[in-house]
Design a protein around this ligand. Structure first.
Ligand code: GLC
Length: 640
């Protein structure tokens, strides 16, 4: 039938269409490719493990089916549909938005409101509050696929601590496990894992182990044995356990859509929390499948051989995507809605794996926050964890993509998010890493991560560490503000990173800016994302005070008029812009870890014309007493 804003047809699957006026901007879609304004391309919601997300790629790791058509009137659209869905945003016809899927079995929410930001808030109220991590999760983390031995891990911490480079988290990628078996540790390297966790904590470091979706097929491995016995794994039509090869070789997928199996899988996290772990990342949960026994013998032989001799790469010609191969049609879930074939609920898998953990944390310690973020996600998962944006590349284009994606993720409830800083695949450069960090200090999840075989990119491996130290120290100095803004956004269904248009809705220029963001209430940022750039053009929607940080303590302030400015931003510096009548609290002493940062004695940078006020939020960072009035206070500055 016809809605006031568009047409719905259910004749041949589901099809929603609406007209796009020339001036309309389309926001949303969370973790999707290309611009902040999604117009002009086609996006597919079908969670996919695709590390080569070039400009052509339509499906990424997540499925976030919320968008806003913003024009003279604005409307929000949320398509709650768990399988493949196509968003043709002015691609087939420039003046038409078309959203299609196979089965006309979905809920469509239409949200009208005063402005795009108002629509976001209403939507967020509908989907429930965003996940809140512990305070240490706002520190800096170092990660790399390839750290294996105890010496590798200790060496990284030494590299940071010896060089006075702040660090709070050290990530354990798949090699900490015993043969990639979930919830095990390599006993040779870590004979006393709890002691290792405690030793790291004494150095101010939280360990963050990875958990993969697939459980290794191996008799005698208790999680495998129990899952098989209780029928907690996804099964084929004939009732046998479905087999998918991932890092450990053959695995079974826990049926996280089945509440009983979900609780069982979630309870396994206790093995690690009992060892002192308080932080996790969930991976390969699209779920990613390298190959299945059902593949044609020839393709399987090619893949198996490559896998065994180490020449396997996810982009091998023999490796079509699991969706295209039909892998997702081979197994079933026993969900609350009955038995359902995986492809029909595909986009809910990563969500429910993370939900398994989130629900388990409530049982393990209801008064404590745990760090949790996931690669795959669907709207709803934002209540249980954050996300990282998957395997990007050490490309300037992916730094820009990171900038543009942050507000879109926020619109969909994913506030705790970030990209692999420096780039995951391919070789980074000192310049790219510095510029990426200069943006990354503003993303809630701030992690340097890279792939096996690429150039090492721990910051202490590059020349002239002062530049890195200054940028990371600035993050720690900004933590009181970053944390305060994050918490206020999470507790009020607001956004931490916003497009300029959301604050300056009347400004036609601001609406078209896709490479500057508002971070919280008080500041605008304009990151440099081009090689060899010594500065960039910045558009100021109003008069602002630029603060240039050569380091946390070496600052220069300049008031700039509304309009366009070319701003020199040397590689070692960070510039930000304080909005009029706003305050930016700063912890001028910084710290080597979040624990060392003074959240009480703050220096108030400000751009006061008459009077500025700032509502400051802080708390103990680990408990859940969010509504305590003592967490909030107001800072005031007046011109006289
Ligand atoms: C996947 C993850 C990546 C991780 C790798 C090995 O590619 O996205 O972050 O390093 O697997 O576990």
């Amino acid at each position: 039938g016809s809605l006031p804003i568009g047409e719905v047809s259910t004749e041949d699957g589901f099809r929603f269409t609406c007209r796009l006026e020339k001036e309309d901007i389309v926001y949303g879609l969370g973790e999707a490719n290309r611009g902040l304004n999604k117009r002009g391309f086609r996006y597919v919601s079908s969670c996919t493990d695709d590390r080569m997300h070039t400009e052509t790629i339509q499906a990424m790791y997540a499925a976030h089916n919320f968008l806003i058509v913003a024009g003279r009137e604005s409307v929000g659209l949320f398509f709650d549909y768990p399988a493949r869905m196509v968003f043709d945003v002015g691609y087939t016809r420039m003046d038409t938005l078309a959203v299609t899927c196979q089965r006309a079995d979905l809920d469509l929410y239409v949200i009208t409101g005063e402005s795009p930001y108002d629509i976001v808030r209403q939507f967020r109220r509908l989907i429930g509050p965003s996940y809140i991590p512990p305070k240490f999760a706002f520190g800096f983390g170092q990660s790399r696929w390839g750290y294996k031995t105890r010496a590798d891990f200790c060496g990284v911490v030494d590299g940071y601590r010896k060089n006075h480079l702040p660090l709070d988290m050290l990530y354990l990628d798949i090699d900490y496990m015993d043969h990639y078996k979930d919830f095990t540790v390599n006993g040779e390297e870590f004979p006393d894992f709890p002691a290792f966790v405690a030793e790291m904590k004494d150095r101010g470091i939280y360990l963050v182990p990875i958990i993969d979706a697939g459980v290794k097929v191996e008799k005698g491995y208790n999680i495998y044995d129990e899952g098989v016995e209780k029928r907690y794994f996804c099964q084929r039509a004939d009732g046998s356990d479905f087999v998918a090869a991932v890092w450990p070789g053959d695995t079974h997928f826990p049926d996280v859509l089945n509440p009983e199996a979900r609780a069982w899988f979630g309870d396994q996290y206790r093995i690690l929390t009992d060892a002192g772990i308080e932080a996790f990342w969930n991976d390969m949960n699209e779920p990613s499948i390298f190959y299945t026994p059902e593949l044609t013998a020839q393709t399987r032989a090619q893949l198996e051989k490559a896998f065994q001799d180490g020449s396997y790469t996810p982009n091998m010609p023999a490796r079509k995507k699991p969706e295209a191969r039909g892998d997702y049609e081979l197994f079933y879930h026993r969900s609350i809605a009955g038995t359902v074939r995986h492809d029909q609920v595909h986009n809910l898998y990563g969500f429910n794996m993370t939900r398994a953990a989130g629900e388990a944390f409530e049982r393990i310690d209801p008064d404590r926050r745990f760090l949790m973020f996931s690669r795959s996600s669907y709207i709803g998962m934002h209540r249980y964890g954050g996300i990282w944006t998957g395997d990007n590349q050490s490309w300037w284009a992916h730094l820009l993509l990171n900038i543009r994606m942050m507000p879109s993720l926020n619109m969909c409830g994913f506030l705790y998010s970030g990209a692999d800083l420096g780039g995951f695949g391919a070789d980074t450069t000192r310049e790219l890493l510095l510029r990426w960090l200069a943006f990354g200090i503003f993303t809630p999840l701030m992690r340097n991560h890279s792939a096996l075989g690429t150039r090492r990119q721990e910051v202490y491996r590059f020349e002239n560490q002062d530049a890195f130290r200054h940028i990371i120290e600035l993050r720690y100095g900004l933590l009181p503000y970053i944390y305060s803004e994050y918490m206020k956004a999470a507790l009020s269904d607001g956004m931490y990173a916003r497009p300029l248009a959301f604050a300056y809705p009347e400004d036609e220029r601001a609406k078209r800016v896709e490479d500057q963001l508002l971070i919280g209430e008080s500041i605008m940022i304009a990151p440099v994302y081009e090689q060899n750039a010594v500065g960039r053009y910045v558009y100021l929607p109003e008069r602002m005070k630029m603060v240039r940080f050569r380091s946390l303590t070496d600052r220069e302030e300049t008031v700039l008029e509304q309009g366009d400015h070319y701003i020199g931003i040397p590689l070692e510096e960070v510039a930000l812009f304080i909005r009029p009548e706003h305050i930016l609290p700063l912890a001028e002493k910084g710290g080597q870890s979040v624990e060392e940062v003074d959240f009480e004695n703050l220096l108030l940078l400000d751009f006061t014309i008459e009077e500025s006020t700032y509502e400051y939020y802080t708390d103990d960072g680990y408990g859940k007493d969010f509504e305590n009035p003592a967490n909030r206070k107001v800072f005031r500055k007046s011109a006289k």
